[in-house]
Design a binder for this molecule. Structure first.
Ligand code: AMP
Ligand code: GLY
Length: 420
């Protein structure tokens, strides 16, 4: 079959890598892709936010399955447009993607089904939001309602920070995404993510992961898109997983179907676990990045069968073949990230690395210039390995990191510390 993946980060490199392990894949195109993806698949320059353009491209290339990587195309209805045109698509409708694209929408769904989550209030008016913060006190969490490229959440340790965040959001820091603000109770506990494929009816858990959001060792420094991840997440024990599915995921999916917007795609539930009880932090309507990298490394070629069954509404007949293994990914980022950083520095040593089903360097922000691999983004490489224990996966991943020669990059040395 001919497969089109939309996106061009480490997540999409790992999806492409897994899809290619499956002999069913005859031709793989990734749009726009990156330098690492270009080494294993065809890359196409395509505006992935333009549903019409994607549909025309899919038609011209006889694409049998479209896998949408990031949330932005989903939120603007690219999956709807493709389904209307008759394509098989992995990814939810724009209506269902509101589970990520509107925090107020998700909160309302949680209310409707009594799913455990942080207490909250929503505001379209700065004065009322300020009064609420003053009444509640800190710590408190301020969230722009809409998509803000991962920057729309402020965990405020004191009232002044919370008030400043509200001021900036209502002043237009995130444009329309900040016209409504959700203010939440600060939840304590340990965070982990649960990934489920959903085909409108059947819910199939396909893995758990934990990531490290802070830039530096010891979980210090600013928040990032994620500096590393590992799977499985030990905190998501069988008992916690059952509760998360029964109390949060299943009721949400049932409510979405009831409201006429059945969910189809991967549902990423960000959970806070305390005393064995999970609460919802947020939903995302796509695989995590870098969580996908560890999930794909563990699932391998079966990922394509599962994704295809999900897109075709046949999940009920599928099981995941679990190996008793662990995977870890270490993100190498450009110095300065998540603040301003330089582009264009050369990365050496990649050609000589052994890459197989137990170790892979997935590319995120890279570009090829005259045969050299150069940094072209904030998060640049995802060095990923699998092992029979998390320790083994970690040792393998860091052994590869140590062979990469990139003086302008940095990474954390302690990914997985909590689990190890
Ligand atoms: P998000 O952008 O929604 O992923 O939120 C970013 C991060 O903020 C989450 O991964 C949590 O670490 C943190 N966070 C969000 N909401 C809360 C909350 N209510 N209590 C504590 N931490 C939170
Ligand atoms: N790594 C967090 C995310 O993909 O949202």
């Amino acid at each position: 079959m001919n497969i089109l993946i939309l996106g061009g980060g480490g997540r999409e490199h790992s999806l492409a890598w897994a899809v290619l392990q499956n002999p069913k894949c005859d031709r793989l195109i990734v749009a726009p892709g990156n330098a690492g993806i270009a080494a294993i698949a065809e890359c196409a320059a395509l505006d992935i936010l333009d549903g019409d353009a994607v549909a025309v491209f899919a038609e011209e290339n006889a694409v049998d399955l479209v896998i949408v990587g990031p949330e932005a195309p989903l939120a603007v209805g690219v999956a709807d447009r493709l389904r209307e045109a008759g394509f098989v698509v992995f990814g939810p409708s724009a209506a269902a993607a509101r589970l990520e694209a509107s925090k107020a929408f998700t909160k309302a769904i949680c209310d409707a089904v009594s799913a455990p989550t942080a207490r909250y209030a929503r505001f379209t008016d700065a004065a009322a939001a300020r009064a609420y913060i003053e009444a509640e006190g800190a710590p408190i969490v301020i969230k722009a309602d809409g998509l803000a490229a991962g920057k729309g959440v402020v965990v405020a340790d004191d009232e002044a920070t919370a008030l400043a965040a509200v001021g900036k959001m209502f002043a237009g820091q995130f444009g329309a995404a900040g016209a409504e603000v959700v203010i939440e109770e600060f939840m304590t506990g340990e965070e982990a993510s649960l990934f489920c494929l959903v085909d409108g009816e059947t819910i199939l858990p396909v893995g758990t992961a934990q990531d490290h959001k802070r830039a530096f060792d010891g979980d210090a420094g600013p928040n990032t898109g994620g500096m590393g991840a590992y799977s499985p997440a030990p905190v998501l024990t069988e008992a916690v997983l059952t509760r998360a599915l029964d109390e949060i995921v299943r009721p949400t999916m049932a409510e979405m179907a009831l409201r006429g917007m059945p969910y189809r795609g991967v549902l990423y539930a960000g959970l806070m676990i305390e005393d064995g009880a999970p609460r919802l932090v947020e939903y995302n309507v796509r695989f995590g990045d870098p969580e996908a990298q560890v999930l794909m490394m563990r699932l391998g070629g079966q990922a394509l069968d599962l994704i295809q069954a999900c897109a075709e509404g046949r999940l009920a007949e599928k099981r995941v073949n679990w190996a008793e293994d662990h995977a870890m990914t270490v993100v190498m980022a450009a110095a300065g990230y998540p603040g301003p950083y330089e582009k264009g520095s050369e990365i050496k040593g990649l050609e000589s690395l052994p890459e197989d089903s137990t170790a892979m360097v997935f590319h995120a922000g890279t570009a090829e210039e005259d045969g050299r691999i150069c940094a072209a983004g904030g998060r640049v490489l995802n060095v990923t390995a699998r092992g029979t224990s998390l320790r083994e996966a970690r040792d393998r991943a860091y052994a590869l990191v140590d062979r990469i020669d990139w003086p302008d990059g940095f990474y954390r040395r302690d990914i997985g510390w909590r689990a190890l």
